[in-house]
Design a protein around this ligand. Structure first.
Ligand code: LMR
Length: 394
């Protein structure tokens, strides 16, 4: 049987992790996979997480199964964090999933069940896993214009004129904040227009929000999502606690469904139980248990928010540092986009050959499409990065 199988395709992000680990050069720099690092180059366990874990260690009495929905207190806390105070809050139902990728897959399969003719529209470019996950769920994937590689800004006209044509067989996948891979977010006025178009034209909005708190803060980063939640009848959301709780390997996320009525959302969630049961049965517990503890205890919540804000401030600092260093080295402002972009990533416009040269000649790992993980950088690496960018003709 095995001889009939194709060779596996390498994931453009995950494959960089192992290549980086095998690289013996002292000056090597991992700006590939989206993880936050501090100035010591470490992805730290947040103190709020450590404290919650200690409490769990001391008090957890059983490792018995939790259930198909995962932890219901966690599910409610995700609804609060994302949709609290909106018109959609009372019509929402959530399901704990193994990371946001798990949520994307379950929601993809649910959409296919609801309408096998669904086309899901994904930004060009988008998170590298969007297309594979949605195709694996059976959906047709199409791309809407998003990024202008020259200005490194949103291609507003291209995007909106595509959205204008969507109808009832279409789903529009949007990034809630901190767009991956570009760092370019849509404006609040665009969210408003999309909400109105969705109601009028009948397409379903679907928000993937994996970086809440990394752009401009927890509240500001959900402002677009809130506009949808206040103005549309139905909405899908995939969310992740990988970045804002630093729980990457714990695979902690949720799928949130907003229905025309609460009972429709609950029914749809029930169908996702079936899909989950037929794949992994139920999600891992630990990460969600930690998040629930943090969000339910005011002291831990305050500590978590303070740590999250420190991470955010550091990312902004790095962005300012990059702009200043590039300005100084080039005498022009063509790298100012680092300061305009939000979140972990910036799309640099570097070609695959230039990304290769950065890795081969200088030990700097960025994704082949030109995405740089700014949040993986250390302050004292900025000058070297700038020098190497210019050396490869950026
Ligand atoms: C990334 O885009 O680097 C992260 O979201 C990790 C992943 O799953 O690829």
């Amino acid at each position: 049987m095995f001889e009939k199988l194709d060779e596996p395709r390498l994931d453009p992000i995950i494959s960089l992790m192992s290549a980086y680990r095998e690289d013996l050069r002292a000056e090597k720099m991992d700006l590939g996979i989206g993880v936050y690092r501090n100035d010591e180059g470490i992805t730290p366990v947040m103190s709020a997480v450590k404290k919650a874990e200690q409490e769990l260690m001391d008090n957890q009495l059983s490792k018995g199964y939790v259930g198909l929905a995962g932890d219901e207190a966690f599910n409610q806390s995700m609804i609060d964090l994302l949709l609290g105070g909106t018109a959609a809050e009372m019509r929402a139902s959530a399901l704990q999933t193994p990371g946001a990728s798990g949520a994307l897959r379950l929601l993809g399969e649910l959409m296919y069940q609801a309408n096998p003719k669904t086309t899901i529209w994904v930004s060009n470019p988008s998170y590298v896993n969007h297309q594979p996950v949605m195709e694996a769920a059976g959906l047709k994937v199409a791309f809407y214009p998003y990024f202008d590689p020259v200005s490194k800004q949103l291609d507003t006209e291209g995007m909106m004129s595509c959205v204008e044509k969507l109808g009832p067989d279409d789903v529009l996948l949007l990034h809630g904040c901190c767009h991956n891979p570009t760092g370019v977010d849509i404006e609040l006025s665009h969210w408003q227009m999309i909400a109105e178009m969705s109601q009028k034209q009948g397409f379903l909005p679907f928000v993937d929000i994996a970086y809440q708190g990394f752009g401009d803060g927890l509240e500001a980063d959900r402002a677009g999502l809130k506009i949808l939640a206040d103005n549309v009848d139905e909405l899908l959301v995939a969310t992740s606690c990988s970045k804002n709780f630093g729980l990457y390997r714990e695979r902690t996320g949720a799928a949130v469904l907003v229905g025309k009525t609460k009972s429709e959302a609950v029914k749809a969630r029930g169908l996702m139980f079936e899909i989950a049961r037929a794949t992994y049965t139920m999600p891992p517990d630990h990460g969600a248990a930690v998040v629930t503890k943090i969000l339910s205890q005011p002291e831990l919540k305050t500590l978590w928010e303070a740590e999250l804000n420190q991470m955010l401030a550091r990312i902004k600092d790095l962005r300012t540092g990059l702009v200043e260093a590039f300005n100084q080295a080039t005498g022009d402002n063509r790298f100012d986009y680092f300061g305009r972009h939000r979140g972990m990533f910036s799309m640099t416009g570097l070609s695959a050959a230039q990304a290769n040269a950065l890795r081969e000649d200088h030990g700097i790992y960025i994704v082949g499409d030109g995405r740089v993980n700014v949040a993986g950088l250390q302050k004292d690496q900025i000058d070297y990065l700038v020098k190497c960018f210019l050396a490869i003709g950026a």
